[in-house]
Design a protein around this ligand. Structure first.
Ligand code: EPU
Length: 417
């Protein structure tokens, strides 16, 4: 197990290249199951979750090869329709195999993901939608076992705009007989990117990015080459890094239109986000001002940026209130930030952060992916040394984070424990 050692207090400066979006790459890789053929998916980040999805595809009988930011996937020999517990428990996004397997092969057996560090995270809406499309679903010994001769189009209302639920149902509907309407669908850019990949494969989808998506099922899809969108959460994380260190970082290759809410909030704190050439230059101030945040489904402020923004608010001038509206237990970073001296109180889903002038380095434990990122953000501005243990969580979703930070002038190193 690795840990990161960070000596904070440096103003980070320079350019950073933003990689492909993990949460777009994963569903697009799963979508390759919808047609047998050879796919080239570009701008795929080299991350543990991507490799886990590759392992899942390989387990199903597909070919998976990763090289130079490209995933080469061939699905001609898929002959297993089961996502086993061991893979699903290391990555919940394995549930994304359910819709495609069922739609293409008429059956799927996927381990039911358990709860995770940030909440219970049920998949009832994925299952309800598939049942409405005619699937026969039973839960057996911890597995979802689904069958359907051919799925049929249906009107499906989602009680909450679930991201992977929308993705699973959109993939299933792409090969169903008839038209599916997904109402109160998730509007995240990753959903739109998956729709883009499916449309390139021959699917008939209208409305992705809006709350009603219409999918007219087709008999067959074809394999494609497709490039994944840049990772808005990686970009947002580096924005928080620039802000908390009072630095100046230019983010290259990211899409500003996917970052409206985080940028507006950062600007409210006094951090500037200026368009330059092919990127966004983010410049910190001597000390950010407090700003309140409420996480919401897209285009609201992303829950995946909540922890990093909280780190920034720990040293802000004034008191800020952060409300987590998506996951019931996404404040695991709070106890760690407190170990650095942060003045945070939590009541239910609301955290109140009284800004202090300076955080202090401390030994910390990473508990999930975005919590790890938030501890790094905090450590970069803290006085003295911070050791962040269990950094494997970070490797699930950030590519070469410490190398990118080193290039910006951070004093950070990875050490084997
Ligand atoms: N929900 C239900 N029933 C369902 C599905 C979801 O009640 O059937 C609830 C969840 O419990 C939660 C809310 O709906 O309260 C939203 O969850 P959603 O399903 O949208 O989350 P997800 O699809 O499991 C994806 C990302 C997460 C990100 C969330 C929210 C992927 C692979 N994961 O998860 O990313 O936080 O959307 O934007 O796309 C991360 O990258 O660190 C991460 C956790």
């Amino acid at each position: 197990m690795d840990k990161l050692i960070i000596r904070g207090g440096k103003r980070l400066k320079g350019e950073v290249e933003i990689g492909g979006a993990k949460n777009a790459a994963l569903p697009i890789m799963a979508a390759c199951l919808l047609s047998s053929g050879n796919y080239t998916i570009e701008r795929v980040p080299n991350l543990r979750d991507v490799m886990t999805m590759g392992r899942l595809l390989a387990h199903l009988g597909a070919g998976f090869h990763y090289e130079g930011k490209k995933a080469f996937i061939s699905t001609e020999k898929v002959k297993v329709f089961e996502a086993p517990y061991d893979l699903v428990r290391t990555m919940r996004a394995s549930i994304l195999a359910l819709g495609p397997l069922l739609a293409k092969f008429g059956r799927a057996k996927v381990s039911l993901p358990g709860g995770c560090a940030i909440g219970a995270r049920p998949i009832n809406l994925h299952l309800m939608g598939l049942e409405r499309m005619g699937a026969d679903i039973v839960l057996e010994s911890g597995y979802v076992v689904a069958r359907a001769k051919r799925l049929k189009g249906a009107s499906i209302y989602l009680d909450t705009p679930t991201v992977t639920g929308t993705e699973n149902l959109m993939m299933a509907a792409a090969l169903a007989k008839g038209t599916t309407l997904l109402e109160n669908a998730a509007r995240e850019p990753e959903v739109v990117d998956l729709a883009g990949a499916l449309i390139a494969m021959g699917a008939k989808i209208r409305g992705a990015g809006e709350s009603v998506i219409e999918i007219e099922g087709v008999d067959e899809l074809k394999s494609v080459e497709y490039a994944v969108i840049p990772d808005r959460i990686e970009a947002g994380t580096f924005m928080a890094v620039a802000g908390i260190t009072g630095g100046e970082i230019t983010l290259k290759g990211c899409r500003r239109e996917h970052l409206d809410a985080p940028i507006m909030k950062l600007e409210e704190t006094g951090i500037s986000c200026e368009n330059v050439g092919n990127g966004i230059r983010v410049s910190g101030t001597s000390r950010p001002k407090a700003a309140d945040v409420k996480t919401m489904p897209y285009p609201g402020f992303p829950t995946d940026m909540q922890a990093q923004f909280m780190s920034l608010m720990c040293i802000a001038e004034g008191t800020s209130i952060i409300k987590e509206m998506i996951f019931e237990n996404r404040f695991m970073h709070v106890a760690e930030l407190r170990r650095m001296g942060a003045a945070i109180t939590v009541e239910g889903g609301t955290a109140t952060i009284k800004g202090i002038a300076r955080l202090r380095g401390a030994p910390l434990m990473a508990t999930d992916l975005r919590a790890s990122a938030s501890l790094i953000v905090a450590a970069l501005a803290a006085k003295g040394e911070t050791a962040i243990h269990r950094i494997y969580h970070l490797d699930r979703g950030y590519e070469k984070m410490e190398e990118k930070l080193q290039k910006l002038g951070a004093d950070v190193r990875r050490v084997k424990e």
